[in-house]
Design a protein around this ligand. Sequence first.
Ligand code: PGA
Length: 252
Amino acid sequence: MKKLIVGNWKLNLDHLEAIQLLQKINYSLPDGIETSIDIVIAPSHTSLRSIQTVIDADNLSIQLSAQDVSAFDNGAFTGEVSSYQLKKLNVTWCIIGHSERRQNFDETDEIINKKLSLLLNSEIKPIICIGETQDQRNAGKQVDVCLKQVQEIFKNIRKDRLHDVAIAYEPVWAIGTGVNADPEDTKEVVKEVIDYLDSKSFDIDKFRFLYGGSISPDNTEMYINDDNFSGLLVGGNSIVPDKFVEILLKSK
Ligand code: PGA
């Protein structure tokens, strides 16, 4: 399965800086890299339009993702951005359920489930984040926690709407800490999630499992060569052009 590498730029860069970063990354990529990996970047909402214009005008082999979407489709929801609006900007992917949203904005699995449903209605591909906290891992609850997240998020989701889905396993304690999870310690979660989806008759071939949490050029190959994963969700190092490019080159 083709590898999927996603750069989550988080709350960084204005739209001009975002274009510069995109161009720096693009200049360093070899021709044809898109035949071996899907490269996705997720800038802030304010940069989506500018980035999309550059991608389209220069026919870049980089795909566009949003970092979040509203759980509502339209109406009196000040400050929200809908899946319909993202689709109109030619946004291909959208991250939902990132632990930073769960922790800082009280996002629940029920809300993420609504977001997933709206993204699928708009034919935007979801990148769904799951993962346990340090306390939950210490208590040996990582499988239970992640399975419950998946069960809630996929509740009543129409299987025929799922064509290309990414589930990013991001242990919360590995995000932004410089401490990546040992691939051995990620296996049980991924296996249980796959078994669950399979048992509910989801077509597992339509899913790609990503690892996220302190990915750097030094640990990229460890996950890329691991059968468990078909890609990476990169945070901090995705806005450092040399490092992100090195991660991409090691992933192809
Ligand atoms: P990190 O972030 O690579 O900085 O740990 C990963 C993420 O938040 O998706």
